[in-house]
Design a protein around this ligand. Structure first.
Ligand SMILES: [Zn+2]
Ligand SMILES: [Zn+2]
Length: 320
């Protein structure tokens, strides 16, 4: 009876740049991002989608946003109603003509409810990127680590984009007058630098050691001193070489400050003072992070990242 509604293809509207929103189905993440249709892997039948934030992998239809689902549902209900209305009209015609000459006249009418279409607008996002591996054009907000189409970690490209976000954040912090909120944003920005560098480091090491005898190596880059020592031991690389003492010291201090903020309510402890020899901080008092501290560190982070990447390229050539 309702052949027309057995299967319904509902195109999801895109924004003026041809981008459509996606939402990670992982309930612990629910991250929002956008992809540009017609870019990325265009192989017939390829339907994979990766969450750029948590790496959750599934097929495209699992990444519909709640708004898109509501929209599709509203279209489906409207189409179903139209199909029903058509069938009822047909039935009505049959009844009327069949009972035209009979004593009892029959007719039927279908009254449909008005089904409004749940139109929606998708939020504007901060970082626009093209995957160096598959060519997907996509947009993300906040820290991320994977291409939503091929799942590649374009590590250096992603690190740079994440540091750029921190620069944008710093620009906003400068105009922030509420001191408490300002402090909160500075701490967040510092945390973002450290975790962006940590995921860069981890992903880079995983990428280069894949299918080698060092494929099991796991290095945390949150502890920048230990990470350097381990890189030196495993790959014979000095990733801080050429950075200069002052810049190196600044990174050590900032990373240790981040550690205090995350694990010690931002209160200066003995371990911090021993590691950093920071004369501006007082035992038992709250640690102070300045915007300039973070700003100055960004280029050094990129320097170390490049050093790690090129060092591992050489290492890979050598072991072949
Ligand atoms: Zn996710
Ligand atoms: Zn890709």
């Amino acid at each position: 009876m309702f052949d027309s509604i057995n299967e319904m293809q509902i195109p999801i509207p895109h924004d003026e740049n041809g981008m459509v929103g996606r939402e990670c189905p992982n309930s612990e993440c629910l991250g929002f991002f956008k992809i540009k249709l017609g870019t990325g892997i265009l192989e017939e039948g390829y339907n994979q989608c990766f969450c750029p934030y948590c790496g959750y992998k599934s097929t495209q239809e699992h990444f519909l946003t709640q708004e898109q689902l509501n929209y599709a549902k509203s279209i489906a209900i409207r189409e179903t109603q139209n199909a029903l209305e058509k069938e009822f009209r047909k039935w009505d015609r049959q009844l009327r003509s069949g009972t035209r000459n009979s004593f009892i006249k029959l007719s039927v009418e279908y009254k449909k409810n008005h089904q409004p279409i749940a139109y929606y607008a998708e939020p504007e996002l901060e970082t626009h990127l093209t995957c160096e591996n598959c060519g997907l054009v996509y947009a993300v907000y906040g820290k991320f680590a994977y291409c939503p189409n091929c799942g590649a970690d374009n590590t250096l490209q992603i690190l740079k984009a994440n540091l750029e976000l921190v620069r944008k954040m710093i620009a906003q912090i400068k105009s922030q007058e509420d001191p408490e909120f300002r402090e909160y944003l500075i701490h967040t920005a510092l945390g973002n630098v450290v975790s962006a560098f940590d995921s860069f480091g981890k992903n880079t090491v995983t990428l280069f050691t894949k299918h080698t005898e060092k494929s099991e190596i796991r290095i945390s880059f949150q502890n920048i001193i230990k990470a350097g020592e381990k890189i030196q031991k495993e790959f014979g690389l000095d990733i801080y070489d050429g950075l200069g003492d002052e810049k190196w010291q600044q990174i050590v201090v900032n990373f240790q400050k981040r550690h205090l903020i995350s694990h010690n309510d931002a209160i200066v402890d003995e371990v911090y003072l021993t590691i950093t020899s920071d004369r501006n901080s007082i035992l038992g008092r709250a640690v102070i992070v300045s915007i300039e501290d973070i700003e100055d560190m960004l280029d050094s982070i990129e320097y170390i990242a490049k050093k790690l990447q090129s060092g591992l390229v050489d290492w890979k050539v050598k072991i072949k």
